[in-house]
Every structure is written in C-alpha cells, then in structure tokens.
Design a protein around this ligand. Sequence first.
Ligand SMILES: [Zn+2]
Length: 357
Amino acid sequence: MPLGPSEIPGESLTAPVIFVGTASPAELVHIDVRGKVAVQHVTPQAHTVFERTSTVQHARDLFRRGAVAVVNVIDQPGNGRARDFANCGGPCFNLGGRDGVFLEGVMDRAAEAGSLGELRMTISLETERRFGLRGANSVAIIPGSRSDESIVLNAHVDGWFDAAGDNADGLAVLMAIARHFARPENQPQRTLVFVASAGHHSPGLNGPRNFVAMNPQVAQNSALVLNIEHVAQRGLSPARSVAGDGYREYVTDSGEAPIVAGITNRSSFLEGLIRQGIERYGTNFVSGGSSMASGEGGGYRSLGVPIVTFMQAPPLYHTSGEVVEMISTPGLERMARFLVFFIAEVDRAPRERIEGG
Ligand SMILES: [Zn+2]
C-alpha cells in the first residue's frame, strides 16, 4: 500500500534492501541505510493510530539518513492493506502481515547465506493528483417541543476502503436514533439536528466546521454535540498458534472492541450516564474517563458547548479489513439503545446539569 504523498521519479527504483528493526535511534546507530530501501517492523498494540507518531518519525529519520524508500511491515491479519503512516518524508509503503513474514524470511535466509548485500528490491509506483473533488454534508432536523435549544448529533460518512467500522456503523446508529425520535410519541423537548458529515478523511472538502459556518442559527442554539464515530467493530486478537513460517493468525471476538467515551467538560451528570449505559446495555466503554474530542467532534469546538464523542480504536481501523463481517450486530443494537437512553436523559436535563461539574 503506497502512502500519500509518495512519488518515485521515473515511476520505478531498484536498490539494496536493509532491515532496520523498529528503526529506533539506538538501532540505527549501527546501520548504514544510505541508498537503500529500509524495512522497519511495526507491531500495533491496538489500532495503528497509536503507532503513527513513532512509525512516521522513524521513517523520516531513515530518509534523513539517506534511505531511498521505506517499507513498513505491519503485524496485521493476512495481507490487509493499511492506510496509516502517511507523510513520512519520501516514498513509503505498508506491507501486510503475510507478505511481511515472507520479506523478512528472505532477508534472514540471504543473511545466513552471506548474500544479503546482493539482495535488491524494485519498487514501481504510478501516481496521479486529482483536483476539484467534492463532498457534501447532509442535515436533517427533528423539531423539539421547545424551539430555543438543540442537540447536534454527528456521524461522518466518508471513509477508507469498505469503511464498515469507520464509519458505516456510526452512520447506521445515527439513522436508528433518527427513526426512533421521529415517531410522534418520542418527540424530544430540544430540537435534534442530525449531521452526516463529509470530508473527515480528506480535510477541506466539507465537514462540521462548514456545517457550523453555514447554519449559524441552528448551530448556536445547541446545548450539546454528540459525535458517533466507530462504535460497533468487533475485537480482534492474535491467535495462539504460529504457522511454520512465523506468521501468526488472528481471531475475532464475538463482542465489540473497547469504546472510549470522551466528554470535553467531564460533567459528572454525563459521565454518570456512561456508567449507567454499561450496566443497562452492556456497551463496552473503557473504564477511564476522557475529555478527548478527536475526530469529527473537534469541528464543533467553536460552539463552546460540551462535546461528547463515542469512538473505538479497533485494530483494523483504516485497513482493507474493515468489512461488514467485522461489525458486531448486537453491538450496533447496544449502542443504538444506549444512545436513545443517553439523548432522552440529556434532553430532560436542564442546561446547568449538562454543563455543570
Ligand atoms: Zn472516523
């Protein structure tokens, strides 16, 4: 998987290959990477977002030391393609688990035979830049019985690969919530504003900041923003058995990967609702509280109201493994039921409780 904005002049290069381990400074002091394709090994502890800083910094360091390309061998299932670790300072590529085992095996055999110095890699890459792409937000409103305040609910609709977990599951839950509150018997007091936002993965196309700028009256009335982002992907862990070639298979759990509940103002009322959600609906929230509003939630900061973000960090995030089979159907239901409860409680609460400690 080539990582943007990789480009190879002449669209092809051939160079010696060198294995650099995790490419830490202590390792690189022993290794001369000049004029070579450097192969670094990445073992994600959960999803690759947690490895971004070290992997990209190490790749940049490799280019500074003279490498002509960097290959990241990522311990992931099969030969899935992974999108993370872009902007690494030169032509960078991710290699999936099985091909990674093969490549590292070839380097080991060549080293044992004393011929590692003769090993070459040829990389071909055609690139194209596209301009004028468009993405649109979709907005739907369920009027409340009082019109002076609203709750904004957001799920981003763009994604990489099949995007089942980032963020088709979040969009599915958003639509289930809309269906529930659209029934006359479930009419909320505060107006519900549903935003299916675009441009999350390609900044500049559209998204929450544009929604706020283009709908000032609707946005300024909000009492709370809720961002639903990756909420029902199943957990994944390495299997115990290791194949003869060293490749480790993976197994999925029946339940969901852990979910972080970020509450920007750490309101005790809102955090209490999270704890009740675990007890009532079995939602797999992590135990530690958080004030994060990463992802799409951060686009609403200008409103100055509490932002609540529900977000998973599953291992297949941003990979071609994000297929529908990785989504937990009971997990979708757990999250939809919990959020209907959460929104109904927030809707009944006075502003001071939502904002208070
Ligand atoms: Zn996302």
